[in-house]
Design a protein around this ligand. Sequence first.
Ligand code: ZN
Length: 501
Amino acid sequence: MAHVETKAAVIRAPLLCTLKEVTMRKANRLRPYLVLFLTAWFCLSTASSEARTKVKPGFNFFSAQQDIEMGREAAQEAEKQLNLLNDPSAVNYVNQLGKKLAAKSMNPNYPWTFKVVNDSAINAFALPGGFIYVNRGALEAADNEAQISGVIAHEIGHVVARHGTNQMSKALLPQLGLAALGGLTAGKGGWTATLAQLGIPLGLNMYFLKNSRAAEAQADLLGTQEMTDAGYDPSQLAHFFEKLEQGGSGGKVSGAASWFSDHPSPENRVASIDKEISTLSVAKNPVVDTPDFDHLRSHLKSLPPAPKPKPAPAAGSKDTPADTASGGASPAVAVPSGKYASYSPQENLYVVEYPADWEVMSADGSGATFVPKGGIQQINQQNDIVYGIQVSFSQGEVVAGQKDPLGGMTSQLIASILQGNSYLQENRAAQQKINVGGRQVLLSRLEGKSPLRNEIEVVWVATQLYGEGQLFTVLCIAPQIRFKDFEPAFKHTIESVRFRN
Ligand code: ZN
């Protein structure tokens, strides 16, 4: 199905709201304790209870723990391409400085790791979960320890504000829909394999490397706070960026273009940093330079020069294994083996069996997507589920006195699916009622020629009532030409659904 996103967003949003309300109710119960705790904290730390900017991480479908998992894998991938500087004294210096700054960040408990890239371009980047790389060029361009602290603290800011996975969430939302994205978890091959299926190379990808101006402004503020709290002179952060922006002056900043291609300057950068500094308790004699930094600088000079900067890897240039079709025939996807695995969501609302040789591509409290190898094709930058099963809840409109709520809500659901996938049509004559474990299930059939693949696609929509005004839906998708091969697995999945109460 081409426009999975429309369908998913329309269908699943209501349940997500319900879950969110539950969470909020829990949060309200906790509030009195929170107030007590905050009061105590303010009393203890009056000296630093300034009106510093509170940066809240943005919209994100991943957990902080998943940031760490993903970042760790991304770091492994990235290091296959990076030319690391394996010089113990330079690496120790950056690692110690980084850890000192990270200890003052919003999340000191990430597995903070700092490495030096033997690249003369002035740059640094951060992967989710605390894996930070500082180019040798940045160390060489800084005038003092406070300036390089500013660069590292800025990168730490990107990590704790979770900019990488925030950008990835925003980019994936229209492709996958709320529920699918909400529960995206790493499959067998880890995040590398899961994201590759979605057309995202995990290592040096644009979501992790290229930041928005808004993200830059946040990283500046957080960086300013961290370096101040670690005892450094925060004005050096602004000085360093000013120096880079002025380009060429002093001859030392020729490699600065690299920094700005990944970290675009926010508006009024220096003024914003200065404003933030005015809210902070800066140490009486803040650290600017140290003997360690001077030692590092002369040590770097004694090493062979860094190789010329490599051109940046083209983001998203790696094709997914499924990204081979240019439209037309379905890829050779294997017929399900006939063995089944069972899946139950975190909230444990139901259990369903799906083909054991398929992957659980995404799953959360409300839904899940199961796909065979090669079941997703990326065509024209869109992920198209060619073969797959999606289970989800949706909220229907309850009409008082409605004689056939299942039929009514199913019609609403089908209308929203057709709206998002205009090439599909409902085959009314094919609709049938079946009995599953004593409950009534309505099986509807949609079909139509997929404009992306130029072949006829069939979608089964199996719906049943759940609780008040909710519909539990199993969508089964396959090309018409092979639908018969997949029917037994689809039937098995539909008939295996059991609710937990
Ligand atoms: Zn940045």
